[in-house]
Design a protein around this ligand. Structure first.
Ligand SMILES: [Fe+2]
Length: 304
């Protein structure tokens, strides 16, 4: 079947139809999706009919899948599918989450970020599948980091061409109001990342930044954080962004190496939002799924 690719904005994002999700996809469709991702950065697939198992199988077409972290004393919502990252506002029992710590932790996802930039091994594609959606809000917003890079003023382009930043998951949690001190964050693991990434397939460069970015190497903390804020503000101007509204069954696939995203507000204490994500590791990774996240979280959470 031929894929149909309809742009969402002139330079960024596309609705893709014509994929048969009922079984393994053809090599042709796989290539068509990779090409669409290279061109548009974000692809939206409507009414996929996927479930946990077929979501994972579909995702495996695009590389090595990450495993969601096992969080101490917190059972998984999807114990039979370790590759499913739970992005819902629900407890493992399926009730709306009211635990204040978890609510604040998840609030960090509302800030502009790129998945797992706090890990040395970067994530490439994320594939987010909607199961239950709120009546109002709960969109995901995306920012085009390649077009933003191309439009940067020379002063900023020079800085991001050679600069590096340190990223910490806990810094975005602090920004979102999670109770943690900067000293504590400094004692936890960080990942060093370049401020820009060149995409081999297209030759285009993207700003690689987000709310996990804490420091710019070689700059005083305040100056670095001001630069990070300036870059995020620049890249999230309306001409680089759009929002996706979901119906159950819809799936969005984005490239973390060329985009940023954030979750939109909704009534988290009264509305259910069940979203599940698979994540594809950058580059050639072992076929056997590994799990660097559990070690990261173990190193980040003091023993109690
Ligand atoms: Fe995310």
């Amino acid at each position: 079947m031929t894929l149909t690719v309809v742009p969402i904005t002139p330079r960024f994002g596309a609705e893709v139809s014509g994929v048969d999700f009922s079984g393994p996809i053809s090599a042709e469709d796989r290539q068509g999706i990779v090409d669409a991702m290279n061109q548009w950065g974000v692809c939206v697939f409507r009414g996929t009919g996927l479930d946990n198992a077929s979501h994972i199988e579909f995702s495996r077409n695009f590389g090595h899948l990450e495993k969601a972290p096992a969080v101490k004393n917190r059972p998984r919502r999807h114990p039979d599918h370790a590759e499913i990252f739970d992005a819902s506002n629900l407890t493992p029992a399926g009730e709306i989450l009211v635990d204040e710590g978890m609510v604040l932790h998840k609030k960090g996802d509302r800030l502009w970020h790129t998945d797992s930039s706090f890990m040395t091994m970067r994530s490439a594609y994320s594939l987010l599948l909607a199961y239950e959606v709120p009546g109002e809000g709960g969109l995901t917003y995306f920012a085009d980091m390649r077009s933003a890079y191309e439009d940067l003023p020379e002063r900023l382009k020079t800085l991001v061409d050679s600069g590096q930043a340190e990223h910490s998951l806990w810094y975005s949690r602090l920004l979102a109001g999670f109770p943690i001190s900067i000293e504590e964050i400094d004692s936890r693991p960080k990942a060093l990342q370049p401020l820009s990434l060149r995409q081999e397939a297209t030759g285009r460069t993207a700003i690689y930044i987000g709310s996990h970015a804490l420091d710019v190497v070689g700059m005083p903390r305040e100056e670095g954080q001001a630069l990070i804020r300036e870059l995020i503000e620049f890249a999230t101007q309306p001409q680089y962004t759009f929002g996706v509204r979901y119906e159950p069954g819809d799936m969005v696939m984005w490239d973390n190496l060329t985009t940023m995203h954030r979750g939109g507000d909704f009534d988290i204490f009264n509305e259910r939002r069940d979203m599940r994500r698979t994540t594809v590791r950058e580059g050639d990774a072992p076929l056997e799924a590994d799990d660097p996240f559990t070690a990261y979280f173990a190193a980040s959470v003091p023993e109690t």
